[in-house]
Design a protein around this ligand. Structure first.
Ligand code: GTP
Ligand code: MG
Length: 215
């Protein structure tokens, strides 16, 4: 009994330590994004970023994901297998802004890109669009430097609108989603993608019309 209590206590401590490190990684990436945003506004009087949200996966969700993947729950396995404990979502105005933001982040010296999934170029079969990066960032602690993976999702307002509502609708169904709903969602995703392309064209045309700003 005493051993069980002590094991549970150790696990709680380990998760607290993990959360501290991943929150720090998240803060580092958020600062980078805020700097890019401020610089862009300063240079171009325009921001490619509409809004940014962050989230840290709870111990409960981490354990659920480990179970789903069939991995043994050890701290080493959590670090290796769950790369979306720290997550940041960047919602941009236009499609080209998503790539601009991704490039500006990926080329930074202390950012190590572990994975790129371009669901904007190749959307998921259900219509989901977004640019996903897993980046690794160093976190400087008192006695060591730990490298923390952070999942970065970059998407437009239209992509975010679709994904947020699809998530809500989909999670109401415990089982397979009925065909007619699946088709409806795919059609809505195509409408959102069309809207993105249309807004991008208008934006480009307006920029061409605008007289160059006096230097
Ligand atoms: P996870 O095991 O869920 O992390 O998926 P994965 O490892 O295959 O990674 P992927 O890059 O495909 O998806 C990661 C995250 O993107 C998910 O946790 C969601 O936040 C988001 N996402 C991916 N697919 C969809 C989708 O079809 N709909 C919505 N709403 N979000 C999605
Ligand atoms: Mg995930």
């Amino acid at each position: 009994m005493r051993e069980r209590v002590s094991a549970a206590f150790e696990l709680r401590e380990a998760f607290a330590r993990l959360s501290l490190e991943y929150q720090a990684g998240l803060d580092e990436v958020l600062t980078k994004i805020n700097i890019l945003r401020a610089e862009f506004e300063h240079l171009h009087e325009y921001s490619p970023i509409e809004h940014v949200t962050t989230r840290l996966k709870s111990p409960k969700s981490i354990m659920k994901k480990m179970r789903r993947k069939g991995d043994v729950l050890t701290l080493g396995n959590v670090r290796e297998c769950v790369r979306d404990i720290a997550g940041i979502r960047i919602v941009c105005s236009f499609i080209q802004d998503t790539y601009k933001v991704a490039e500006a982040l990926m080329k930074q010296q202390d950012v190590n890109v572990l994975e790129i999934k371009d669901y904007i170029k190749d959307s998921k079969p259900n219509g989901y669009q977004s640019l996903h990066l897993i980046v690794e960032i160093p976190v400087f602690l008192s006695h060591e430097v730990v490298k923390v993976p952070v999942e970065v999702q970059i998407r437009t307002i239209a992509m975010d609108f679709w994904a947020s509502l699809e998530h809500k609708i989909y999670y109401k169904f415990d089982t397979e989603i009925p065909d007619f709903l699946r088709e409806g969602l795919l059609e809505a995703a195509e409408t959102a993608a069309r809207l993105d392309r249309q807004m991008e064209e208008i934006h480009t045309e307006v920029r061409q019309l605008r007289p160059p700003s006096p230097s």
